[in-house]
Design a binder for this molecule. Structure first.
Ligand code: FES
Length: 172
């Protein structure tokens, strides 16, 4: 509960999730060929939806979380000082890979690495970084859902193991 606000805020303000829950709960936009039921589009340029722009700041927190979770994966490779792999190691590894694919495909990150420029011609490093983020961004919806489930399952797995209900199977 102490940390959930950060990844939760990142997800709730994600461009993909916004599009999904605007349509699902508010039927807005209703459809491609259906006209808007109002004269003027206010959308996210005015209060309260302008608050969604906080997403770029949640991104910084999410990147920090990736570092912490990667450190957890590293720790999961060590059993009493000896290298090994358990099911829990794989669970945490898959989780951080999926979360990284989701976070590094963020629209805000693409804007950030693109250098806030409208044209990337003449900026090869930024163009390369922009292309990498774009590559992940094309599957943003897929990574959003897969990482959401992997986070939930990782937490459940660790909780169950810590309570002694499940036992982490050591592969080697
Ligand atoms: S747009 Fe989805 S995580 Fe940033």
């Amino acid at each position: 509960m102490l940390i959930l606000w950060a990844p939760g805020g990142f997800r709730v303000t994600c461009y993909y999730y916004r599009g999904a829950y605007y349509k699902a709960f508010w039927a807005d936009p209703p459809s491609c060929t259906v006209g808007e039921p109002r004269k003027k589009y206010l959308g996210e340029r005015s209060f309260p939806l302008i608050i969604q722009n906080i997403h770029r700041y949640f991104l910084y927190l999410a990147l920090f979380f990736i570092i912490i979770l990667a450190k957890d994966v590293w720790n999961a490779f060590w059993f009493d000082g000896r290298f090994g792999i358990g099911v829990g190691t794989l669970v945490l590894l898959i989780n951080v890979v999926l979360l990284s694919c989701y976070t590094f495909g963020c629209h805000s990150l693409r804007h950030l690495v693109g250098g806030f420029r409208d044209r990337l011609a003449g900026a090869p490093v930024r163009k390369g970084a922009y292309d990498c983020v774009s590559c992940l961004n094309r599957r943003h919806m897929l990574f959003a859902w897969c990482s959401l489930f992997s986070v939930g399952f990782s937490d459940l797995y660790i909780r169950m193991c810590s309570m002694g209900i499940w036992h982490d199977w050591r592969i080697f």
